[in-house]
Design a protein around this ligand. Structure first.
Ligand code: 1HE
Length: 266
């Protein structure tokens, strides 16, 4: 599927989804949000992991400010509707499959909020990160007050929003905004490689990691342990027994310590 503003390709078990509005620096307008929704829903149905990236030289310049201005200059709607950004970003964050973001160039405002809705972020050395909402006279609206704040904490987010501070890739890595830093032009390749690896996990375990784990972090100690117990004792992926047998019967690929070369199990 290639709609005009979002591209979608299935690479094996990985849905590769691209923001495709490079002339506007992949600024996110209503049509982008709607097409992104269709793409992530489709990915959830037919893939086991997904990648989100930006066409052109940026990931995303965030909310389409021209469209927002037009809306501000029009009469307000009579009725409240669902906030489409929240709906779509929640499908990414808490849907059926994990997503990896491949970041380069501008990752700002709503672009950073979108990246924060994914589960793993990879950035190349051209990426920079900002929340210029303060300068634009608006507030975060794509879930950033929850997701970005949970990643970087209040003091970092307040600094980014109040002063307009732009973070480099190295700063973003220190703050856990990104987990992998790669050379220029390599973010998409690395993100696809990670997604392909993730897609080999059992879908139920991936779902527990993306849906149960973040909810546990919102719970009290006691409730968290209880939720963990329920999850480990009441539902196991159907593939678990075979995977455990593979390990016990020495067919599983050994874990690899970073300082050692891979070794075959005998
Ligand atoms: C845009 C947008 C946009 C570019 N909305 N049209 N986001 C921001 O405050 C970031 C605004 N953008 C920028 O600061 C710069 O565009 C960039 C640093 C990302 C890239 O700079 P550059 O020199 O490569 O591009 P440019 O010349 O600034 O922009 C190229 C075109 O993209 C130009 O349109 P043109 O018709 O004159 O060619 C720009 O107007 C257009 N463009 N960014 C609309 N954001 C749910 S709440 C989330 C709240 C936020 O996201 S706030 C942060 C908004």
């Amino acid at each position: 599927m290639t709609s005009n503003l979002i591209t979608y390709e299935l690479h094996g078990a990985v849905a590769v989804i691209g923001l495709n509005r490079p002339d506007k620096r992949n600024a996110i307008n209503d049509d982008v949000v709607h097409q992104l929704r269709d793409a992530v829903v489709r990915g959830g149905e037919e893939a086991d992991a997904g990648v989100i990236f930006g066409h052109g030289v940026n990931f995303s310049a965030g909310l389409d400010l021209a469209q927002l201005l037009k809306r501000m200059e029009s009469p307000p709607p009579r009725k409240k509707t669902d906030h489409a950004w929240h709906t779509v970003f929640d499908i990414i964050a808490r849907g059926p499959i994990p997503f990896v973001a491949a970041l380069h160039g501008a990752v700002v405002g709503g672009g950073l909020e979108l990246a924060a809705a994914t589960h793993i972020r990879v950035a190349d050395r051209t990426a920079f990160f900002g929340l210029p909402e303060g300068q634009r006279g608006i507030f975060v609206g794509g879930g950033g007050s929850v997701r970005v704040q949970r990643i970087v904490g209040y003091s970092v987010m307040a600094d980014m929003m109040l002063t307009g501070r732009i973070l480099s890739v190295d700063e973003a890595e220190k703050l856990n905004i990104v987990r992998y830093v790669v050379d220029e032009g390599q973010a998409l390749t690395k993100a696809k490689e990670l997604a392909a690896r993730i897609a080999q996990n059992t879908p139920l375990t991936n779902w527990q990691i993306t849906n149960v784990l973040p909810r546990i972090s919102d719970l009290s100690h006691d409730d968290g342990l209880f939720m963990e117990y329920i999850n480990t004792s009441m539902q196991r992926p159907p593939e678990s027994a075979q995977r455990l047998r593979d390990f016990v019967e020495k067919r599983a690929t050994p874990l690899q310590a970073p300082h050692k070369k891979p070794e075959r199990r005998r």
